[in-house]
Structures are given as C-alpha cells and as structure tokens.
Write a protein that binds this ligand. Structure first.
Ligand SMILES: Cc1ncc(COP(=O)(O)O)c(C=O)c1O
Length: 387
C-alpha cells in the first residue's frame, strides 16, 4: 500500500489534512504551492513532467484538491470546477445527450432547476421532478430506457427534505440510471453518498468545503473508472475548471471541515431548541427533530444533522421579511456553509428563479445557515429579530 493509499484509509480528519498531497520533494513545503502557471516546460516533445502539460487539463494545486476531496468522499476520483453549477453542467453533458431524461428534486436548489430548465432543456435533455423523500414517486418519475440520471439533494435546499440514498440508488440502478447526490448541505464529514451506493457526488465547494465565504467552486467525485474517464475528457473539453488560487482556498477549508461541521451542528441544535419554543415561529424544519418526516433516514445516513435550519413565521411573509431585516449577527445574504451565520428569504432570494413553478417555496419561510459564532449571541440576535 502506498503512503497515499494508507492515508485514504485513515480517519476523516487525517485524510482531510493529508490526502491528495505529499510535501513538495524539492522544498518540503507542507502545503501545496499555488501553481500560478498556465503551461509546463516539456523534456522534449511529449516529455511531460508528472503529466502536466497545460493548466486547463491539469494543475498541481487543483490535483491536490481533487485527490483530497476524493479521499473524503471515499471515491476513486475527484474533479474541481469553477463553481457548483459548472460541475453540474459538466456532469450532465458527460452522462446525457439530447433526447435523454433526468429526474430532479421537486425542491431542488433554484440554480440547479434553472440549469435543467433553461439550459439543458434547450440542448434537448428532458427532465421531470419528484420529492426526494418519496422513493415510489421517484421510481414513477423515471422513464425506463430514457432516464439517465436520478438527481438528489439530501438535505434539500431550502426545505431540508431527506432522501434515502441507499433506497434511491436501488431505484436508479434498476432503471439503468446513475444516482447523483448533491452533498453540499451535508458535506463529506456528515454523509458519504458513494458509500451508500450513489454513483456521483456533487458539491458546491463554495459552501461548507471552502467554509469561509471567500471562494466560489464546485466538485464531482465518482467511484467508477469509466465515468471518471468521461469526466476527465469533459472537464478538459468544456474547460470550467477551478483555478489554482481557488483550489488552494478550498483545500485549506477542507482541512478544518470536521471541526467546523461539529460546531455548526452544535450551534444549529441550540438555535432549533430556541426557535421551537418561540410563539412567532409556526414551524421549525430541521432533520434532527424527531418529528421531521425524514428524521429516521437522516439518522441512518448522516453523522449529525447539519448547520442549516429553516423556519416559517407565524406572521407570514411580511414578518419573515422583517426578521431578515432586523437580524444583525445573522448577516442577510445568499449562500451558506461559511463560518459566519447567514439569514435569507428563499422566496425572494436564492429561490426567486423558481417562483411560479412547482418548486416555488412558501413566502413565510426563512433559511438560516448557522455559523460557528458564540451560540448565545446567535440566539439573542434571533430573539431580537423575532421580537
Ligand atoms: C445545494 C446546492 N447545489 C449547487 C449549488 C450551486 O453552486 P455554485 O453557487 O457554487 O455554482 C448551490 C448554490 O447555492 C447549492 O446550494
């Protein structure tokens, strides 16, 4: 077993810190340098050093990130992209063609829905929607012979529905389709879909993987070599790759993912306990709550329940907008998964693109990305904003 393979079998935090990179043989640099280079000197025509030829095809900083995230997801190969949506588009066009069909969540992230509806559909890819929490509905949405992808988020954005990855893998595979799991909300620390039978993991590394709201990125991780070869081809042919600076930031973020996720979960649990007793809150949505319809499945497939919390305001949309305005420690903003707490109104912000479709979200809904600040300050802030 090589040292790298050995590290891949190590505990999560050890892999997070070491996998994908050996200290630089020339200098001993413990952290991968940012290889700000577009091209590489060749030792004679075709004499590539370490396979590096041109940085769209491969770049050593990106290679380190790709190896690291593959090890964290327990996959064979990782691929890093300029954004989560760039990763999604590359995956879709590597695995589908015009006339094919995909099933996506009926509460998919708005940008994912827009990609299928406004970009891939024009190219000839059809899609249908189904609730990820209903295995039979997903099965019914599959068109045998035509469906190539069953696309799942779990937990979903922003309604935090839970899909049973193992069961959905069975349903997809029965129909000869691939199961794709967008693991952005859980992160590889809390959930490893490939181990549960999924074929592809998608990440917006902008979120928990990067973890500091300072980079936009995406990733794919797969188990199968043939699929990896297709993605290698499409990543290079489509060119939406992560640059070396961005790769370096995501890699740095991944090193502390476990520590951060535990604190996100601790704080989210405190926030959920506070909101659950509040008279201005009509419903708290969090998979860690025993009454959440996906609680048992989440408990089975996730280590903990994550840092995302959604809730509905008893005072309707007007109150939800007022709470977003009044919060101070919770910064009003899109995105999620950074160290700082964020608050947003999905209906008017992240999910505005699905207004008027089947995927429209309730107007009284607020989504929180609970950060790693002092929990008492977060609760005092929500108390003030709800008051
Ligand atoms: C669940 C999920 N998937 C994918 C994406 C798209 O990622 P990016 O914004 O990095 O393109 C997002 C962005 O918010 C997301 O929340």
């Amino acid at each position: 077993m090589t040292e790298q393979q050995h590290r891949n079998k190590a505990g999560f935090e050890t892999r997070a810190i070491h996998a994908g990179y050996e200290p630089d043989p020339m200098t001993g640099a413990v952290i991968p340098p940012i290889y700000a280079t577009s091209t590489y000197k060749q030792d004679g025509v075709g004499g590539l050093r370490g396979g590096y030829e041109y940085s769209r095809s491969a770049n050593p900083t990106r290679t380190a990130l790709e190896g690291n995230i593959a090890a964290l997801e327990e996959g064979e190969r990782g691929f890093a992209f300029a954004s989560g949506l760039a990763a999604e588009d590359t995956l879709i066009r590597a695995t589908c063609g015009p006339g094919d069909h995909a099933v996506i969540p009926d509460d998919a992230y708005g940008g994912t829905h827009r990609l299928f509806d406004k970009v891939e559909k024009v190219w000839g890819l059809e899609y249908g929607t189904a609730p990820v929490s209903d295995v039979d509905a997903v099965r019914a949405a599959i068109r045998p012979g035509q469906t190539k992808l069953v696309w799942v988020e779990t937990p979903t954005n922003p309604l935090l529905n839970i899909g049973d990855i193992e069961a959905l893998a069975g349903v997809a595979h029965e129909a000869g389709a691939l199961l794709v799991v967008d693991n952005t909300f859980a992160s590889p620390y809390l959930q490893q879909p490939l181990v549960l039978g999924a074929d592809v993991v998608v990440h917006s590394t902008t979120k928990y993987c990067g973890g500091h709201s300072d980079v936009v990125g995406g990733a794919l991780v797969v188990r199968d070599h043939r699929l990896a070869e297709k993605l290698t081809f499409h990543q290079n042919a489509m060119g939406a790759v992560a640059g070396p600076f961005d790769s370096w930031l995501v890699l740095r973020g991944l090193k502390t993912l476990g520590l951060r996720m535990d604190r996100h979960c601790d704080n989210a649990e405190r926030v959920v306990a506070f909101l659950s007793g509040h008279p201005s809150v009509s419903e708290v949505i969090y998979p860690g709550l025993p009454e959440h319809p996906g609680h048992d499945v989440a408990a089975k497939q996730m280590k903990r329940f994550g840092g995302m919390v959604s809730f509905r305001c008893a005072g309707g949309e007007e109150q939800a907008l007022a709470v977003c305005d009044k919060a101070e420690v919770f910064t009003l903003g899109e995105s999620l998964g950074g160290v700082e707490s964020l608050i947003e109104h999905p209906g008017r912000m992240t999910h505005a693109s699905v207004a008027g479709t089947d995927l429209e979200v309730p107007g009284d809904l607020i989504r929180l990305s609970v950060g790693i600040e002092t929990a008492d300050d977060l609760i005092a802030d929500l108390d003030r904003a709800l008051g």
